[in-house]
Ligand binder design. Sequence first.
Ligand code: HEC
Length: 164
Amino acid sequence: MKKCIWLMLLLAGLVLMPVLGFANGGAGLPMTNGNAVIDYISNVNPYQDWQLWPGKGELYEGQHPHGAFLTTYLNEAAYTAVQNKAGSLPHGAIVVKENYTPEKKLAAITVMYKKHGYNAEAGNYFWIKYAPDGTIEKEGKVEGCINCHASVKANDWLFTGPIQ
Ligand code: HEC
């Protein structure tokens, strides 16, 4: 009898795990909330372990407004799509860009997180800008980010390189 209860608990756990995962954004992805995304890319799946944008090294030269030097990381979903020139990033793709001053001091981190159904008019991206200490400067459907990135709408709103 005791064994049976343990077995049932185990089965219940196995059934509930993916359900809870989906409630939380699907397959363990963070919700469209700045703190949840920062926690995800800092602790759950640290972006420093991800691949760099193909063909870009660390601290490559950037343009206004982001920073004099940039390092851009792609999670697995984003990297695979960029590498295969998939035309657009899939649901769950995350691009994290570190923005450095001319003295190569980290000034801000900017993120684009693709979430289907989040904002269809603007590529379904959740945008975040935060300081190295974790303070969020902007998050959500940020007009400033969207208006400028709109000029590369045909490249799924991405500037760094062609994805098709
Ligand atoms: C005035 C135009 C402009 C604005 C405003 C802007 N960006 Fe960008 N963004 C760029 C350019 C240009 C690049 C390419 C990197 C470079 O060379 O600077 C870029 C690159 C990026 C990237 C790397 C992926 C890509 O598109 O290549 C991310 C992530 C990003 N921006 C996030 C943001 C966020 C978040 C905001 C708002 C807080 C924002 N951007 C506002 C112009 C802009």
